[in-house]
Design a protein around this ligand. Structure first.
Ligand code: ADP
Ligand code: MG
Length: 727
């Protein structure tokens, strides 16, 4: 019986019906979100093992990673007194021997026995007697007869050469087919090993990759010199050589970033083309009235940002702008200007902050600033009683409140705006594309400004906030004091706390930050902060007025503590990272950050922005604990050396990957499967340019040649970016 010819429909075939998978493995694969043939084709390897060349034992070079193929000569297993298991395997190439050693090996050693062929990859070390590899990777080769030694140890050995020596040259379950190649390494789940995963994937690739249809039009493929999708999928899973991976990656990375950028460009197009926002023009009279409120001259960057905002708000297409400026650069001024511009035209404005503390601080600042004006300000937070909330809502609906300040609770439920003209989000990097989308649904279309103190690397800005225009404040206001940052080594702790105490005694205030522990809950963080509080009040800061602040306190307690710190009554504030953003207490000039290795450089930089805001020089001590390794130390040293937020953000992206600040997932976008926002910046720019150009000519991707492309974009981004109506 000849199998029926496959069609593109087979790409969607559930894995349980695919030969060689079956229902049990299909269940395991489903745990990796792999359900169909296509899912497997696009489940890319995490990395590769280079098995292209093998080396003869006598040609090994100390410290240079190599693959050695040989016969198992003996297997030894020892249990030390401490209960550690040591497995030693002697591997022979004729009379040359090499020892491979594992401590507490996790693989099954029962498969290893005298007389089988193995390939071992690791870093050789010369011992007095012979070469040794500690913890090498080992794979069993199915070679029933001894292949000629020359064939197993030569540069550029081809997999086919080895397969020829095997009795089952077509059997893809034999590990030996990967010899001479780059062997892919996949993400796994319990019950599914690399060998199964490779076998399933390579057999699916062989059978189905040819069915894939191009999503990219020919002009783009030609423009960037990309390979076909079939070649790319083949190359990424079953490369014959390094170049195959590179070629495949280029194609897949571009395609992924292009789809993302298209989604963003289409979203942006939709937001601007159909939306109508109120015309809130700036004029000399308004400007004069607003500027009179500030006790200082605006910096050039502040003026520029205000000009850009005014030009946006003076149009009926809604403003969609991000204002980026380092901590302390004076973004609030721009926010106040825009709020008042909106109010001057009789419209209401909203200012949203990520925490209640910050919302309250904005409320206080604004009330002070607008004391003598008729502008009415409201504060809406999660801790309002329902009576208070109803009252506030009634006033809003009646137009008796001009500016409403609040936390996320502003997005929750329907706020009965009378005439909403502007929405500002402070520290907006915490709000994802999706959350921002919610705000847009609130009645008519307001203008929209998002502010962030986190210097966002260009690549991340183009992606996570790709639907926004950008204003940047680079200068800091004049008269700022420099902030000195130090690594506080274990043995220097005492003198550091002594220094903090001196600063406090001379009239300053201090922050002590105890960060979140990633794998632990808020509770544990609270415990850690509480412990530090107890330690300090019983020790280094004994007798001083120290308070503890953490996220689990009632909002009343938090308010009381912040107020007392603002007034200078509290001298030192031990807190969790709730103080990360925005807190403005100019007299606080010292900050100790405990376990700083737990935080990203950008986050540390945010924290640092809390000090040096007044007329006193600022000091930040990164208080190290036992667990600081050399890389961490290096990372933290970079932090101490530079105060350039952009440099730190770039370093973060490079060292830690997109992580929690710049990861797509945290922002409500599906994760990138192959592109890397740091590594692939060039592709990102190309993809963005192409996407923007395309949306100009074909905003709905209606051209029949773009049918696949449209499907691709809608499938991944249609929902999250609300492009649904296109399809
Ligand atoms: P951020 O950008 O971190 O939100 P803020 O807006 O809170 O910064 O400003 C930090 C401090 O600098 C505030 O105390 C503010 O009053 C002050 N400030 C802002 N702009 C200027 C300026 N042009 N000249 C002097 N001080 C300024
Ligand atoms: Mg601010």
């Amino acid at each position: 019986m000849t199998p029926r010819p496959l069609s593109t429909k087979d790409l969607l075939r559930p894995l349980q019906y695919v030969a060689g998978v079956g229902p049990d493995r299909a269940d395991l694969l489903a745990k990796l979100e792999l359900r169909t043939v296509a899912d497997v084709l696009f489940n890319f390897p995490r990395t590769y093992e280079d098995l292209t060349t093998t080396v003869r034992i006598e040609h090994l070079v100390e410290g240079v990673e190599a693959t050695v193929v040989g016969l198992v000569h003996s297997v030894e297993r020892q249990v030390t007194r401490a209960g550690k298991v040591i497995v030693g395997v002697l591997i022979a190439q004729e009379h040359h021997l090499m020892r491979a050693l594992w401590f507490n090996p996790t693989f099954g050693i029962k498969d290893l026995h005298k007389g089988i062929w193995v390939a071992v990859r690791g870093t050789p070390k010369r011992k007095t007697m012979r070469w040794e590899m500690i913890h090498p990777k080992i794979m069993r080769l199915d070679l029933p007869t001894a292949p000629p030694l020359e064939q197993l140890a030569k540069p550029g050995l081809r997999g086919a050469d080895v397969a020829a020596a095997s009795s089952r040259p077509d059997d893809t379950s034999a590990d030996s087919i990967w010899l001479g190649k780059y062997r892919p390494v996949y993400g796994l789940t319990e019950g599914l090993n690399q060998r199964d995963m490779r076998r399933i994937t390579s057999s699916i690739v062989r059978r189905y990759a040819g069915l894939l249809e191009e999503a990219l039009t020919a002009d783009l493929i030609e423009k960037h010199g990309l390979c076909s999708i079939t070649q790319a999928v083949n190359g990424i899973h079953c490369p014959e050589q390094a170049a195959d991976v590179t070629t495949a990656q280029a194609r897949l990375v571009y395609q992924e970033l292009f789809a993302l950028q298209l989604g963003l460009a289409m979203r942006r197009y939709r937001m601007t083309v159909n939306a109508q926002a109120p015309l809130l023009e700036d004029n000399a009279k308004i400007r004069g009235r607003i500027l009179r409120l500030f006790a200082f001259e605006l910096t050039t960057d502040q003026q520029l940002a205000i000009d850009q905002v005014c030009s946006d708000m003076g149009r009926t297409t809604p403003m969609n702008r991000m204002l980026q400026g380092d901590v302390g650069s004076g973004k609030t001024v721009v926010a106040i200007y825009s709020l008042l511009l909106c109010v001057a035209h009789g419209f209401q404005a909203a200012l949203m902050a990520p925490t209640e503390i910050l919302a309250r601080q904005h409320f206080n600042t604004l009330q002070k600033q607008l004391k003598s004006s008729r502008v009415r300000i409201g504060l809406m937070t999660g801790s309002l009683t329902s009576v208070e909330r109803t009252k506030l809502e009634t006033e809003l609906a009646a137009g008796q409140i001009d500016i409403l300040i609040g936390t996320q609770s502003l997005v929750r439920g329907n706020i009965p705006w009378r005439k909403l003209g502007l929405v500002i989000i402070d520290e907006g990097h915490k709000f994802g594309v999706k959350q921002r989308a919610k705000l847009k649904q609130g009645g008519n279309d307001p203008h929209y400004l998002v502010m962030t103190a986190t210097p966002i690397p260009r690549s991340a800005a183009m992606t996570l906030f790709g639907d926004l225009d950008l204003s940047i404040i680079r200068q800091t206001p004049p008269g700022r004091q420099p902030v000195k940052s130090y690594l506080v080594e274990l043995e220097k702790r005492e003198s550091w706390w002594h220094f903090v105490r001196q600063q406090i005694e001379s009239g300053r205030q201090a922050f002590v930050v105890v960060p979140r522990i990633e794998t632990q809950s808020e509770d544990d963080q609270t415990v850690t902060a509480t412990k530090m509080y107890e330690e300090l009040t019983a020790g280094a800061l004994q007798g001083l007025r120290v308070e503890l602040l953490h996220g689990q306190m009632s909002s009343g307690d938090k308010q009381r503590i912040m107020k007392s710190f603002h007034r200078g009554l509290t001298q030192a504030l031990v807190s969790t990272t709730v103080i990360e953003v925005g807190i403005d207490v100019p007299n606080a000039n010292c900050m100790a950050i405990c376990s700083p290795q737990r935080l990203g450089l950008s986050q540390l930089h945010q924290l640092r922005g809390r000090v040096g805001r007044g007329s006193h020089a600022g000091f930040v001590g990164l208080v190290l604990d036992e667990s600081t390794n050399p890389e961490t130390r290096e990372r933290l040293q970079l932090f101490c050396r530079t105060s350039d937020g952009f440099e730190l953000a770039e370093a973060d992206l490079k060292i830690r990957g997109p992580g929690d600040l710049f990861g797509t997932r945290q922002h409500g976008l599906p994760p990138l499967l192959i592109a890397d926002l740091f590594r692939d910046q060039e592709w990102l720019v190309k993809a963005r340019n192409d996407a923007q150009a395309l949306v100009q000519v074909d905003p709905d991707l209606a051209d029949p040649n773009r049918k696949r492309l449209r499907q691709l974009v809608l499938k991944k981004y249609g929902k999250v970016l609300e492009l649904g109506d296109v399809g």
